[in-house]
Write a protein that binds this ligand. Sequence first.
Ligand code: NAD
Length: 384
Amino acid sequence: MANAAGLDAFKEIHEEKAKKDGKTVKIGIIGTGWIAESHVECYKEMDDVEIVALADLVPGKAKEFAEKFGLENARIYDSDEALIAAEKDLDGVSICTYNCQHAPCAIHALDAGINVMLEKPFTVTLDEAIEVMRAEKRSGKILTIGFQPRMSENMKMIKKIVQSGELGKVYYLQSGGGRRRGIPTPFGTTFIEKETGGIGAVGDIGSYSLDMLLGAVGYPKPLTVSGYTSAFFGKDPGYYPGHPEYAEKFGVDDFAAGFVRLEGDIILDFRISWAMNMDTPGDAIILGTKGGLRIPSTDCWNGEFDKPLKIYKTVCGEEIVYEVPLKPTKNLFLEKLRAFVDAIQEGGKPTVPSSEIVFNQAIIDGIVRSAACGKEIAIDIPEV
Ligand SMILES: NC(=O)c1ccc[n+]([C@@H]2O[C@H](COP(=O)([O-])OP(=O)(O)OC[C@H]3O[C@@H](n4cnc5c(N)ncnc54)[C@H](O)[C@@H]3O)[C@@H](O)[C@H]2O)c1
């Protein structure tokens, strides 16, 4: 998270703004699990935000959460629907549920006229994403998807380099990164069960990796995909010391790969992993007719790298490699939620719009469907 000086500067700017605007934004939190903690910690940094309501399906969980975070005045509900039905004065909700509940919760909130910050991945299937977008259109409210790496100056630099034309015409994207051992079960099994997570590594960290590359090249539409998924580690009882029963519950993928044709004659070579016998499947790379960009693999799917970007060009016949120095990281989570609150206050646009992320979801959905039928499939994205 942000360093103290950065946080102070951030607070000063926004306290000033809050005083000027004089409007408190009322927020509800749907799902009070692990990631809801980061939402609440960030909203609590904002003087112009009040967390007025919390909901969780697990009895007692939202109340316990309220006590832990000093939110005793927040009203407590046992489902998203109960919260939305009772709270008539909400400006926005953070939807922090496991993936399978993203679509229903977002549709309920949008249909009630509430602005939505929806955690990533957008949804589990493309059909769900389309239904959420239809609700967004009906409501005219803000829907933004929770990809905080978008707020990173280093991520923005990748996009700037591509959009500047420095690389020429981009024709090939290769995703990088992935975990050697990192199936997310620190707080239970909601990520790995089909009924709650719905999809595994392909959606969980694959969606970040896709957002980084597709965002840089302007989110071209996916046309076809040949996908593969596996679950050799997730289904192995030996993977989970002390919890061999998790293997039985594992119903998603722990590794995925895909070969995707994108509009504009661009190829995406995608791979992601929660677990594999390798440190990394390589760096992310973007190849263009005038230059190439190497993005270090380290956690680059999550908005961070520890080494500079490298640009490869031929200058006066010489093969040159430039390094793009790393910029300091900010509190990306705080920035993403602040952008949501600003958009509510100012009637602005979502930072991470569904019109882009529907292509991200279409690729994830395509990989899963192609893997299931064992052949390349065409991607058909219905009109909203
Ligand atoms: N942006 C990030 O950095 C980041 C990091 C981690 C997780 N996430 C995303 O956040 C989401 C939640 O992850 P988590 O680790 O907090 O999961 P979690 O399982 O710890 O918490 C989810 C909570 O939502 C509750 N819930 C589900 N449906 C509900 C409903 N209809 N109404 C009320 N409560 C409901 C569950 O009971 C659970 O307590 C996932 O989609 C995940 O991909 C994002």
